[in-house]
Design a protein around this ligand. Sequence first.
Ligand code: ADP
Ligand code: MG
Length: 247
Amino acid sequence: MSEPVLKAGGLVKSFGAVVATDSVSLTLNDGEIHALIGPNGAGKSTLIKQITGELTQDSGSIEFAGKPLDGLTPQARARAGLGRSFQVSALMPEMSALQNVVLAAMVKEGGPYRFFRPVLAPGPLRDVAEAALDRVGLSTRAGARVAHLSHGERRQVEIAAALALGPRALLLDEPMAGMDPEGAARLTTLLEGLRHEAPILLVEHDMDAVFRLADRISVLVAGRIIAQGHPDEIRRDPAVRAAYLGD
Ligand code: ADP
Ligand code: MG
């Protein structure tokens, strides 16, 4: 078997007295969707942020595509192929869907992308952005301002923005949150198809989606991984049922 694309080992992050992640280790392999589940406050977003570089771990290491990520900024990690979506939307509401995706694609160029409006002149960036919007099924809404899009459509734009970077892996933090069942079903189908383009580390509360999509599941409770395995094993695990899934 080939090496995992992403390897996190012994990640610790404390906020004062709260140990948000308490020596968390996990891997992401090519072609898979690895779901990370657990109650609110378990440390899921903190773990994702350590991988993206928004937070620095107190200890532990992260290797991505064979290289350590230590000391790299979030932008450098994105350029290295780490695609992500945010739990709280980071889109620019006054810009169009296409402009937002072009903006994301600019990260790859390394420019001061936050400080100017992206020019929509024909060119490679625009091509990449249009292809990404097409991939998520949003071509017809490319010119619409994000402020006018539905919640589900914004989520699609965020994923298009991540795809525009040509990611080697995707980190998605609750992409289904706030979606109606139809939107969630559409996104589930999209993610199912994406896993072969880029493996996905998926934080999600929608258990229908998790059990339909995941090849592997890790369960995080109070900063610690209490179980890791195939969805069927996780579903039956008494400790998981007690701590999270309920009976
Ligand atoms: P989850 O995403 O699983 O709901 P989080 O990673 O957001 O959990 O939070 C894990 C724990 O860390 C919680 O107790 C939360 O209150 C705390 N926490 C997260 N971010 C911060 C922060 N920036 N400052 C202080 N405490 C934080
Ligand atoms: Mg969270």
